[in-house]
Design a protein. Structure first.
Length: 102
């Protein structure tokens, strides 16, 4: 709800059951069905992913860090649209990332 005087956002006043503007102090009664209170936390289930599932293509590239010969790759437009994209590699063994400008 917005304040009728200063047009700023009003917040519910917990003590009085009204909307109260923090800027000018104006109050407006809460409408029917509006409850003010603190929400209770709900339980959440957390899924833990233990393995990395890669859907990226692989290429025969040598990792400069561990000398592994296979890497995932993606193409990203890192510079202007009129210039070629950059190929970013990630080693399948150690996770090291490096780029190749085309």
């Amino acid at each position: 709800m917005f304040c009728p005087k200063c047009k700023r956002l009003m917040r519910p006043d917990k003590a009085g059951g009204k909307w109260r503007c923090a800027a000018c102090g104006a109050t407006v009664p809460l409408g029917p069905g509006v409850e003010v209170g603190r929400s209770t936390p709900q339980s959440r289930e957390v899924a833990v992913v233990e393995t990395r599932v890669a859907t990226l293509p692989t290429a025969q590239e040598t990792c400069p860090k561990c000398s592994n010969t296979e890497a995932y790759w993606v193409l990203r437009q890192t510079r202007g649209a009129d210039e070629p994209e950059t190929r970013i590699f990630e080693c399948t063994k150690c996770g090291h990332k490096w780029r190749e400008y085309q």
